[in-house]
Design a protein around this ligand. Sequence first.
Ligand code: F0G
Length: 370
Amino acid sequence: MPDNRIIYEGIIERYRKFLPVSEKTPIITLYEGNTPLLRAKNLESVVGGNINLYLKFEGANPTGSFKDRGMTMAISKAVEEKSRAVICASTGNTAASAAAYSAKAGLKCAVIIPDGSIALGKLSQAMMHGAKVIALKGNFDDALRIVLEITEKYPITLVNSLNPYRIEGQKTAAFEIIDFLGRVPDYHFIPVGNAGNITAYWKGYKEYCGFSNANCEFKNPKSEIRNPKLPKMMGFQAAGAAPIVKGKPIKNPKTIATAIKIGNPASWKKAEEARDESGGIISTVTDTEILKAYKLLASLEGIFVEPASAASVAGLIKYSSKVHKFSGSEVIVCTLTGHGLKDPDRAIKSAVKPKIIKQDMKKILKEIGL
Ligand code: F0G
């Protein structure tokens, strides 16, 4: 009899030896990670050249975004360190993830969100998981500043990506890409908001390929890797919320991609390091370019993402049409950070509304075009 038992494991079990956990760490997991890396043949023809394009669909995580990779680590360590409560500032996804993992761990969770600037799906998640949700009169940067002040003075654990365990968990997405492809990609396109994720991927690529700093005891763990050259990290901010590109904080960031509506990213310096060490870029995409990529992903590839997530693909389309013609058979990965159901309002605004028709088969068939 074949052994058909399904084995579930989260990123901590799977990549334990690369993570700061021990036997004593209680693992709080919702079986995050192991997300699809999809070949995107239809989009390849839009981008042009002879590229091999893959999409890392992080919307397939348990709460619908990449944040779960970091949150399983942050919450597990918070429990190990006997913390009773956690807090974060969030444009929505961190809040949803923190709320869910805290519920599982039995921790008190508070989330501070910018009033009126977070998508409905995310808000409903944080509320349903029982977090204390505080809508701040201000933007994400104001919320983060206040949360940092609180965590300095009170015994409550910060679970924003300034918490180093978050970055540790999130780096596992790069591990999965290498495990799946059997090599590192040539380019990695990624949306940039608070800049934790680009930091995490770059750390992940370096560590998994044995290029890490002297503290890393895992030298060349994957000897079968055919191309140990590291990918160029290609980060994209929304044009109205692009402090790294502009070289100064943005007081009133503006974009329809609310997840990355951030004017003063916490991991600013680390994102610049990732860009410079990898020979990549951090650039901008307009809301129009983001929405175009958002629709293309849904209509050509069957993948529904939230607008911020489409910034990576928008960036690739812009880069390949305006800056660099891909000519060889480059392997390119775009991270799609969150699920489209997070922001149903934007989807409904972006698509054709359903037509209301009486119970008349002829009219229905006519409408379908049969
Ligand atoms: N895409 C989505 C869907 C996000 O939710 C975020 C960040 C990003 C991209 C950018 O990632 O901040 O690591 O550069 N969301 C945070 C939040 C800020 O509060 O949920 P980053």
